[in-house]
Design a protein around this ligand. Structure first.
Ligand SMILES: [Zn+2]
Length: 732
């Protein structure tokens, strides 16, 4: 389809509607490929037909060319929504979508953390196949098809708007998207405790602007909102209204954010041409089984997610009770559009069951490996089959979800036959496991699995895990880590350090706790202590890329660039090095005066992640050091084109403008830099001085006062004392 045809806008599309083929009858379509098999299977009413919608079965309709809108809401428990029976939370928009669409009562995620879960949704494949097992250290493989790559090939314009760092383009989900908007605010202002996140209204506004600019072209839009994720800090009036459960306040707030997007789609009804899929990537523990957030366990609290498919032209309102999975979404969308799915997918189209045709339940594999990868605990995998769910750990768990939906009665001992049967199915599903890349030790094996990427937040793996490694025995430590984050955010630094030390007293080598301790030590100005803690972390876990990158950054900060260069050498020499490691090593090389080495290292990071604005800004900083202002300015402007929120690029452009006599321009850039990252102490200082030199004392004062108040005395003692003398309260 040519662009010229699209220029006519929505009007040409409305005309097309009249020439659509009539709805198809409810029988398997005669098609080639695995989809035909899936569709045929889907119509077989198995022994355990679980379908129970309201209303009679309707013909299975398909319609090429529908717009596709995928909405994923992070950390969304199914039972946090009105349409899933919650009587206290107000979620009117999602409820309306569910009422007019198909709501799946029993939808399950395959993973309980963000990146792997979205990889499952977008690829229709289990993590066993695409290899992304945790948020950090893995990259989505280059050769694997996704909704984006397939729909782009089918002539769609494709865009993604994501709201949190785990979905950064560096992790590889950006392939197939014309536009992958992962701008999340100043990428360098985040800390070990704060995942970078973009407020929902901003993400939505960017997505709406893109949609409006596409004219009549058919579009695939993926919108990801992050609000319900910990920490729970909803704005007013939600904060007051949901004071007793701020998590639910975040959910209600997210629903309100979606209003402007959903309203026109809901009003359009059957005349609308958008297929909407709304789901959560995983749920939230909220204290169930001792888990406050998510990522450790795989109970229903975090595995059971909402799923609504809204496409009034294809599907009438219905509630589906059959268990369904995230991996079924890709085949469903492609089926609805009349497109063939890639061969060998483990999932199947939900279109028939959504139209009211019963089917048998299919097994659902799931895993929660973060605690194993990051903390050295036993790996958790499991399988749901019919009403039974197996969680395969050193202390195995078996639940009958129909009789015991809250998973309180472990049947593993009392029903060994069922346990072994499901274990057998789990073993056969896991037969497809291509392995966790990080485990491979030989270079050849690494090369073979290269497309799987490497883990970073790694903990040493054991040959055998015992009950002592079972997350059930260790979950209190997780609660301890959450406490540390909460205490820190409340400004209670000594209390946070005391709490993390309590965790370390139980599990002295827990990498995450060590990284948190190092971060807190640095916050108190104890940079030397922070470096020692990370050195210990790497000594017990030599493969830990996260700790290495952080240690490199802290060594740089302490002026120990030479040590950082040495430390990071082996990490940087890997076949598929971590981008943060390269950034830290490049900064270290720049610090010891090896500017060429620094440029080469940053460019290597850019080769892996071309849209990495921080890597760009680092290149610009080297040119700035070399006083090559034209090159520096050019590269910094490129960095801002990638992400307008990189404060350091604004800072550099401000410095260049000041050096070249463009003072107003300089002040503007420096103000923006400080606004984006209030902890840029040098910028704060420079801005205040520049304003003062211009005679703009009243404007300068707030910046200089803030510097005196907030900049760490360990680094800026003399500057602070000198300024204090000049900031005596004006005589009145
Ligand atoms: Zn998530």
């Amino acid at each position: 389809m040519g662009v010229g045809g699209k220029a006519l806008g929505r009007r040409s599309r409305a005309k097309k509607q009249t020439s659509e083929p009539p709805p198809e009858p409810a029988r398997p379509r005669r098609r080639t490929g695995p989809l035909a098999v899936a569709a045929a299977l889907a119509l077989v009413v198995g022994l355990a037909a679980l379908y129970a919608g309201f209303g009679r079965a309707a013909p299975v309709r398909r319609e090429p060319g529908l717009d596709v809108l995928l909405i994923t809401i992070d950390t969304l428990r199914a039972d946090a929504l009105g349409c899933y029976g919650n009587r206290t939370v107000e979620t009117p928009w999602i409820d309306r979508l569910a009422r007019d669409g198909v709501r799946f009562e029993q939808a399950h995620a395959q993973n309980v953390v963000t990146l792997p879960s979205h990889a499952n949704i977008l690829s229709g494949r289990y993590p066993l196949e695409h290899g992304v097992r945790d948020n950090s250290g893995f990259r989505f493989p280059g050769g694997t098809e996704t909704l984006a790559t397939i729909l782009k090939r089918a002539g769609y314009r494709t865009a993604a708007f994501v709201s949190a760092f785990p979905l950064d383009s560096r992790f590889g989900l950006d392939r197939g998207f014309d536009l992958y908007d992962d701008r999340l605010g100043d990428p360098e202002a985040s800390s070990a405790f704060m995942m970078q996140e973009r407020p929902g209204p901003q993400t939505l506004a960017a997505a709406q602007a893109w949609r409006a600019a596409q004219g009549g072209a058919k579009t695939f839009l993926w919108l990801h909102l992050y609000e319900p994720h910990f920490p729970y800090e909803p704005p007013e009036p939600f904060a007051s209204r949901y004071g007793s459960s701020l998590y639910h306040g975040e959910v209600a707030y997210t629903d309100s954010v979606l209003g402007p997007l959903l309203e026109p789609l809901l009003s359009a009804g059957k005349s609308g041409r958008t297929l909407v899929i709304l789901t959560g990537d995983h749920g939230e523990g909220l204290g169930e089984h001792g888990e406050k957030t998510h990522g450790i366990f795989a109970y229903e609290a975090t595995l059971h997610v909402p799923l609504v498919v809204y496409a009034p032209r294809l599907l009438g309102p219905r509630v589906v009770r059959s268990p369904v999975r995230h991996i079924d979404l890709l085949p469903t969308v492609l089926d609805a559009l009349g497109l063939d799915a890639p061969a060998g997918l483990p999932g199947r189209s939900l279109l028939p069951v959504a139209a009211g045709h019963g089917e048998s339940a299919v097994p659902s594999y799931f895993e929660a490996l973060s605690a194993s990868l990051n903390r050295g605990w036993a790996p958790l995998t499991g399988l749901r089959r019919d009403r039974f769910k197996l969680i395969d750990l050193p202390i195995p768990e078996l639940y009958d979800l129909e009789a015991d939906p809250h998973e309180t009665k472990n049947l593993a001992v009392s029903d060994p036959r069922q346990l072994e049967e499901i274990r057998g199915v789990l073993a056969s599903v896991r037969g497809a496991d291509r392995g966790i890349a990080r485990n491979e030790e030989s270079a050849e094996a690494r090369a073979r699995l290269q497309s799987l990427g490497y883990t970073s937040g790694s903990a040493p793996r054991k040959a055998r895990y015992t009950a002592e490694d079972d997350p059930k025995r260790l979950i209190d430590l997780d609660a301890g880590i959450q406490d540390v984050v909460t205490l820190y955010r409340q400004g209670l630094l000594p209390e946070a350090i005391a709490r993390v030390n309590e965790v370390l007293a139980v599990r002295p080598d827990m990498p995450l706790a060590l990284q948190h301790l190092a971060f807190l030590q640095r916050e108190t100005g104890d940079l030397r202590g922070a470096v020692d803690t990370l050195r210990h972390s790497i000594a017990v876990d030599p493969d830990n890329t996260d700790a290495a990158a952080l240690l490199g950054a802290y060594l740089n900060e302490s002026g120990r660039g030479k040590e950082a260069v040495q430390l990071l050498q082996t990490f940087a020499e890997r076949k598929d090095p971590d981008v943060d490691v390269l950034l830290a090593r490049g900064a270290a090389l720049a610090q010891i005066g090896d500017t060429q080495g620094a440029l080469a290292t940053f460019n290597r990071a850019l080769a892996i992640d071309p849209s990495n604005a921080v890597a760009k800004a680092n290149v610009g900083t080297v040119y700035l050091m070399l006083r090559d202002y034209p090159r520096a300015r050019e590269v910094m402007e490129e960095a801002l084109a990638l992400d307008p929120n990189v404060s350091r690029a604004h800072n550099a452009l401000g410095v260049i403008a000041a050096e070249t006599g463009h003072l107003d321009d300089a002040i503007q850039h420096l103000k923006r830099a400080v606004e984006l990252n209030p902890r840029e102490w040098d910028t704060l200082f420079n801005l205040g001085k520049l304003l003062r030199r211009q005679g703009r004392e009243a404007e300068a004062r707030p910046y200089l006062e803030r510097f005196v108040r907030e900049a760490p005395p360990s680094q800026y003692g003399p500057d602070i004392r000198r300024l204090q003398a000049t900031l005596a309260p004006p005589k009145s």
